[in-house]
Design a protein around this ligand. Sequence first.
Ligand SMILES: [Zn+2]
Ligand SMILES: [Zn+2]
Ligand SMILES: [Zn+2]
Length: 353
Amino acid sequence: MGINQFRRNPVTGQWSVIIQNEYDINDLFSNEQTRKSKKTGDSEHCQFCGGFETETPSEIFSIRPNNTRKDDSGWSVRVIPDKKPFLQIYGDLNNRGIGMYDVLDGIGAHELVIETTEHNLQLYHFPLKQIEHVLAAYRERILDLKKDARFRYVLLHKNYGEGHKEVLFHSHTHIIATPITPTRVKTELMNSMEHYQYKERCLFCDIINQELSVNERVIQENEKFLALAPFASRSPFEVWIFPKAHETFFESNREHTQLATILKDILQKITTTLNHPNFVMVLHSGPNIANGRLRGYWKTLEKDYHWHIEITPRLRGFTSFDVGSGFHVNIVSPESATRILREGKTISAKQEN
Ligand SMILES: [Zn+2]
Ligand SMILES: [Zn+2]
Ligand SMILES: [Zn+2]
């Protein structure tokens, strides 16, 4: 039993986290049936529910009334370390080569934002104030984790319906701080930098302006935010949410009421229209500049990168073409997705083939 490792694939440039502990291999074979029954299952043994605070690790951060104490009940949002983190918080990166390969120790932080005390509520059910509390918790944790110079990136993601453990259906978000910028984000950073070098404009601001003027893929907007179906959507009903004003870091944003509003509306639309699909939501904010600046990276970062949220409903598995080529095959055009989500009518699931 050793520390997990980040290993770099020299052919693709991608990093994998290789788990060193024995894992319950049965977890890999949960069938659709167990998954479905758990999705609507009872909440008897959920440690994330209000009243079971002693069953979780001690909280790192919470939003709670002043007259309640740490790890007591009565909270609104609670952040705890993951019980089985795949990255460990203590230790050095121990950056090294094994023969021709690059390896780092699996150092990082893995935290969970428990978004509500109620088991059966999803983010889009919450009152706006509660969503704002969740956003405030995101902000606090990002600011705190970025003080640690070992962490180059803090990724937030949440998924609904993927996996089969009871707690997975209690609304929560994963926060993972890593010593390496995730490949997806790195690609975005590189493309944004390149666009800026040619045009001296932010790539995302250009996308926002174009989409607003064409208005074929804008699903919803308010004064401060815009939700759209990206031009080259990877999968059906992919939605990106951007702040309209240029902003590199989510944690600089203070327009949480407007963000909560558009987030709630979009998640509600996806849920209603697509009949409660599984989905993944990620927050892409700028990387930890304390670290990047030291190494002279991304001098234009604050001008060229623009934070956003990506929501991807998980409607169908990838085809072997996707896996083999990296091309995504999307059977619903973003233009149709926009029309359907704007209308918000439930699609009936009769077209089995
Ligand atoms: Zn629960
Ligand atoms: Zn921008
Ligand atoms: Zn992104």
